[in-house]
Design a protein around this ligand. Structure first.
Ligand code: SF4
Length: 154
């Protein structure tokens, strides 16, 4: 619980590709490079849903990914903020007629959508900064409530 307090000013993002072409993922990687330097905004990208404030999902949901995406969503702690990145994540995109479920919102709730094929790094950062602070605020409120109820001791 102490860890939650220590990192309450940083937004931890888990990237999940549910079957896209990697174009959107490359733009996310660009966010980490010095030109955009996403960490200057306190955003840290990794691949552990159990530590994530925000799930950044790319690609259409291919059939094998349907259950896997639900599992990852379940593992993500509340408030479970999801950002769909790119046309495929929004609607299935160019894979729409293929063996895919469709957009991410067919499987899990989505809080923010970033159109584009692929979207620009600046648009990705902007979307995370739009939903991330709310996620942190909600999380802090939940922790304080647990402390108030005596469910956790720090
Ligand atoms: S939106 Fe475009 S770049 Fe992103 S996964 Fe789909 S096809 Fe690839």
């Amino acid at each position: 619980m102490l860890k939650e307090f220590v990192r309450k000013r940083s937004i931890h993002v888990c990237v999940v590709n549910t079957g896209g072409c990697n174009g959107c993922d490359i733009e996310i990687v660009s966010c980490l490079a010095p030109r955009y330097d996403i960490e200057q905004y306190g955003i840290f990208v990794h691949n552990n849903p159990r530590e994530a404030d925000v799930l950044l999902v790319t690609g259409p949901v291919t059939l094998p990914w349907k259950e896997r995406l639900k599992e990852i969503y379940e593992k993500t702690p509340e408030p479970k903020i999801v950002v769909a990145v790119g046309a495929c994540a929004l609607s299935g995109g160019i894979f729409k007629e293929g063996h895919v479920v469709g957009g991410i919102d067919k499987v899990i709730p989505v809080d923010a959508k970033i159109p584009g094929c692929p979207p620009r790094p600046s648009e990705i950062i902007e979307a995370i900064l739009k939903v991330g602070p709310d996620a942190l605020a909600m999380k802090e409120k939940m922790i304080k409530e647990k402390i108030r109820k005596g469910e956790v001791i720090i």
